[in-house]
Design a protein around this ligand. Sequence first.
Ligand code: ATP
Ligand code: MG
Length: 451
Amino acid sequence: MADRKTVFRCQQCGYVSPKWLGRCPDCKSWESLVEEVSYKSSEKELATGNPQNRPVALADIPAETEPRLLSGIGEWDRVLGGGLIAGSLVLLAGDPGIGKSTLLLQVLARLSQEKRVLYASGEESPQQLKVRALRLGVESPNLFVYSETSLEAVLDAVAQKPPHILVVDSIQTVHTRALEVAPGSVSQVRECASRLMRAAKETGVSIFVVGHVTKEGSIAGPRALEHLVDTVLYLEGDRTHTFRLLRAVKNRYGSTNEVGVFEMKEVGLEQVPNPSKLLLAERPKGVSGSVVACAVEGTRPLLVELQALVSATSWLQPRRTSMGVDSNRLSLLLAVLEKKLGLNFAQQDVFVNVAGGVRLVEPATDLAMTTALLSTYLDRPLPPEWVVWGEVGLAGEVRGVGHSSVRALEAQKLGFTRCLIPRSNAERLSPELEIECVGVKSLQDVMQLLF
Ligand SMILES: Nc1ncnc2c1ncn2[C@@H]1O[C@H](COP(=O)(O)OP(=O)(O)OP(=O)(O)O)[C@@H](O)[C@H]1O
Ligand SMILES: [Mg+2]
């Protein structure tokens, strides 16, 4: 059988060394050597490979697959692409304390009504898990918890009595005996994840792995896991707000950029079927700088309030602060406004915020941001019945974006009566919409129309 030993491999160039070095002697990069397990196969094994494994014709593979597992929590099932696939490895990542364990426990409670579930936690004792389960009202005879940090022990438990679903919370706390480095290091995390992946594919157990996002925003080092797993879900949100967004950033079995919306409550995470309504609940009316934008996350439209504030600076270098939108995008739009409409932000601090702690990544929010900036700069409030979307180019032109009818319908549903949108979109909208859609071609049009 394979003989195991550990080596140190340079992550930049692949140089292998028997001991750790601070600098790779080959490519000269610093601190790039990471410990790995190297399996030394016998000569014969190398020559023949696995004799059982042969190429098969795609046509001969039975189309019959196990049905996807539905938890009944609509937002969760949708983000997974319509339920959980047997034998898949799903990474649930997020900031510490954002609610990963809570969400998983709630989902598992539903799934374990029919399936056997093993929840291996390296972070909490069975008592602590029980306290959470009581708070969430989770009760199931098929849900087993296992407080363990050794990957071998967890895999043994799986082999002895295979569950349908296994959870490892979190990948940073488990470790394999094969490596002598501390749990949470890149090599441990990667080795544990690849062992779990193999287990998932060989046994058909669906595995959830929880991962903490480190300060740099990547999961345990340089996105060490994302390429390895089938699906990557991010649970995000501002910890000071109760909103949580569940985002699929990679999915081998479904669409990415799908988003589920939850609200953190005493009894756990609750689905928010109509997030736009909740997000707009506290919107002030008749205030300058406040604009309702419509973003589309995956297939679902989201109406959010975008606020901008411009005020005279007392600094040499004026401040540009953006929360929930890209700061580069803000600088770009400010430059366009200066150049094309002759506004002057040189002596002004500029702040942009998206209410509710939501993060807007679409360029379709450009027009709303520009309108909010114009509104606060001129100190002229936008009438409250408007919803705004569209992309803004460097020449000050307003460009069309996708999903315009979805956005218009959402705005109509929430009682808005007018949309400010790119002209190219307005021309192609269905005439059956009751909401009035005003098309604009450039920022000059916006200025004339609204201010
Ligand atoms: N009694 C409570 N009422 C309301 N919210 C609570 C209550 N207890 C916990 N929470 C919420 O649950 C969050 C912690 O959830 P959870 O432990 O699932 O997060 P996590 O992402 O698994 O954290 P960690 O990174 O520590 O594993 C807290 O930040 C808090 O918002
Ligand atoms: Mg946790």
